[in-house]
Design a protein around this ligand. Structure first.
Ligand code: AMP
Length: 684
């Protein structure tokens, strides 16, 4: 059997759709109730109660209670500790789902194998994925994740088959959402959604609490809110007074505190005036969305009320005034509509084994998704929006990004940001992935980044270079992201990345007069660039080539190896090019790769060298060519990766030249930028 499950913050509901009768029905729990409290109670003896029993225990103050855990979905910091065990929100939701499924199976005598589960429209990737996993942990297949307002619209639209555009006004206990949906021939197209997730019924309760406490203080000179437990009792009582006002014209409120007892009457009229600004806040969200979607009131056929707080008569009155029409529909079963909608989706909107479904739902993204990037002037980090809010899902967007010139990184970090603002710190950092396996020689390589939102609202990041798919690995988001508000480059490296340098020294006859000074300069260079993550190798060349030392982290070995260098030891001329040998030494090494060539003469087989330099370029290996005396500058330019990497100098300035190269490695010029933590210098 397939079911729809409304996994709510306070209550959950299971429903099924009967294809024979075309009717939806709620499957009651073992107590015969349609709504099961989303509460779990852990007892010291190891017993775990879920639902109705747990709610009773909560009222009695026994055991350890887990409630409202839906709010912690996808949040690794949310845990409930109970008698030595820790439960995440996902595990708690899994336990609740298991109970809901078992109850429904017992009631119907049928096995449940798959379900559609609803989530708030604003749930992000983590929260949706956590919901899917919670469902799968009970051994069922999660057919689809559907947004709650969409499910409500489906449940409503299914019974009202004429084509129309409906605005779903969903005011719950702690959140407000507005969703505009087109219903046409059984197909549901969500046009857009927006919300204020800090606004809900609790704010109406707070108005009542404030009112009575101020009255009490006026009368007795003390504010009952000074005492935490009196304040909590008043907040709970206020919710009940509010519900009374949904039916009656006024409510009598009694407050006892510090030996005093006050009695006050609040009329619905006063309550409506005092809470007007809260309704106005919902209006702001609606108007924003309509502006964004360029929809006028004349385009909206009906406003559908969903969520417990829409039971307040002020809501429909307010909306009638706002729309200027009498088209506000009270959803008769506001508590059950979401589960019923999910049940309809499970039968009619999910593909069967032939990949077919009777109807289609086109939903939208509730947030924009962006990638952390740098501004055009390179001065700050920005949120480069990839998928705009209210895009239809599924959706895939690919955009080219440029790695900063001179940055020789072989890894790119992509931070997925959720939010509308340009400033990354105004956004929620959803995820981080590290992209590797691309070719980058520091000349501004282009990497295509692709974001995909699937039908369940789950996000996937892929990357390509010249159409070839690159490796993408998930990485934990660092706790401290304050650097996103600073200038790019200010961020300390969080992963020390390896760099590999092969130094190739010309040992032909012409070096005779200068070899000792050359060795001294290389010694200084080696000690200034060496660190735990730098490997250096040494190659001598003349008419032949010799690897004097293979790549090593031990800089002393290189310093000692320099003593082995002798002029003419590899022939008197320069017929061999060391670039191919150096490239094979660097092949497959993780991190930045560079070849430093030092020569003072004209090479015999220059074409070979230029060909090998080309191979180095393709393999992402940078070449810096340092020449002095007779060296040919045009040739040096041909083999160097970037123009500044061809350096012509004099013997007495050789040391200075090497220091420049060492510095360039840290500043990113000459194509020598090592891969530091600043990998995400993506530029559009
Ligand atoms: P929901 O999250 O949709 O279950 O909505 C819960 C919110 O609806 C809570 O703030 C309740 O106080 C509120 N609510 C439920 N029934 C009523 C009612 N009759 N009048 C006013 N608010 C209500």
């Amino acid at each position: 059997m397939k079911v729809g499950i409304d996994l709510g913050t306070t209550y959950s509901t299971v429903a099924k759709y009967d294809k024979q009768t075309s009717k939806t029905e709620v499957i009651p729990n073992i107590f015969g109730k349609e709504l099961t409290p989303s509460v779990i109670c852990f007892l010291e003896n190891g017993e775990i109660m879920i639902g109705e029993d747990a709610k009773d225990m909560q009222a009695g103050g026994a055991g350890i209670i887990a409630a409202s855990f839906k709010r912690g979905m996808g949040d690794t910091g949310f845990n409930v500790e109970a008698y030595g065990k820790t439960y995440s929100a996902e595990q708690l939701s899994g336990m609740l789902l298991k109970q809901l499924i078992t109850d429904a199976e017992n009631q119907t005598g049928e096995k449940i194998d798959s379900a559609v589960i609803t989530v708030p429209a604003y749930f992000n990737d983590f929260q949706r994925t956590a919901t899917i996993r919670a469902g799968e942990s009970c051994g069922i297949k999660v057919l689809k994740i559907v947004n709650e307002p969409t499910a409500a619209a489906i449940s409503y639209g299914y019974n009202h088959s004429t084509d129309k555009t409906v605005m779903v006004y969903d005011l719950g206990g702690g959140t407000f959402d507005v969703t505009i949906v087109k219903i046409s021939g059984g197909n549901i197209t969500v046009v857009g959604t927006d919300g204020n997730h800090l606004l809900g019924g609790k704010d109406w309760d707070a108005v009542i609490t404030k009112y009575v406490c101020e009255k009490f203080e006026e009368e007795f000179g003390v504010d009952p809110r000074e005492d935490e437990s009196t304040k909590n009792e008043l907040i709970v009582a206020a919710e009940n007074y509010k519900k009374v006002l949904s039916k009656a014209d006024n409510v009598a409120i009694q407050v006892k505190y510090a030996g005093n007892s006050g009695k006050y009457t609040l009329t619905r009229e006063e309550f409506d005036v005092k809470t007007q600004q809260l309704l106005n806040a919902t209006r702001d969200v609606i108007i924003n969305l309509m502006d964004e979607l360029q929809i006028a009131w004349s385009d909206i056929d009906e406003v559908l009320l969903v969520g417990g707080s829409t039971r307040m008569p002020q809501v429909s009155e307010f909306l009638k005034k706002l729309t200027g029409r009498n088209n506000v529909i009270d959803h008769a079963d506001t508590d059950l509509a979401v589960a019923k909608g999910a049940a309809i989706v499970s039968e009619l909107y999910c593909s069967d084994k032939h990949g077919l479904s009777e109807h289609k739902i086109v939903d939208v993204t509730a947030h924009s998704l962006g990638a952390l990037s740098t501004s055009v002037d390179g001065k700050r980090y920005i949120n480069e929006i990839m998928i705009k809010k209210n895009s239809n899902v599924p959706v895939s967007v690919r955009k080219p990004f440029k790695i900063a010139e001179g940055n020789m990184t072989d890894k790119i970090e992509v931070y997925t940001l959720q939010g509308e603002g340009k400033n990354p710190l105004d956004c929620y950092v959803l995820a981080k992935v590290v992209i590797s396996g691309f070719c980058n020689i520091g000349d501004g390589a282009i990497i295509d980044i692709e974001y995909t939102y699937d039908e369940n609202g789950v996000v996937q990041v892929n990357a390509y270079q010249d159409g070839e798919m690159l490796d993408v690995e998930a990485d934990p988001v660092p706790e401290d992201i304050s650097w996103m508000g600073e200038a790019p480059g200010a961020r300390p490296s969080d992963v020390p990345i390896a760099r590999n340098i092969v130094i190739c020294v010309d040992l032909s006859r012409s070096m005779k007069v200068s070899i000792e000074e050359v060795k001294d300069s290389i010694r200084d260079f080696v000690s200034s660039v060496s660190n735990d993550t730098t490997k250096i190798g040494l190659v001598g060349f003349g008419d032949k080539i010799k690897i004097i030392r293979d790549l090593t982290e031990d800089s002393n070995m290189i310093v000692t190896a320099l003593d082995e260098l002798k002029v003419n030891m590899l022939g008197r001329g320069t017929d061999a090019s060391p670039l191919g040998t150096a490239l094979s030494m660097l092949n497959g090494k993780p991190g930045a790769k560079m070849i430093l060539v030092l020569t003072d003469g004209i090479w015999g087989k220059r074409d070979n060298a230029v060909g090998e330099a080309q191979m180095c370029r393709s393999a992402g290996t940078a070449i810096v060519a340092v020449g002095f005396a007779e060296a040919d500058t045009a040739f040096l330019r041909q083999i160097a990766t970037v123009e500044e990497g061809a350096m012509f100098t004099t013997l007495d300035r050789l040391g200075e030249t090497f220091s420049t190269i060492a510095m360039a490695m840290n500043t990113g010029s000459m194509g020598l930028r090592e891969s530091t933590g600043e990998k995400a210098r993506l530029k559009r």
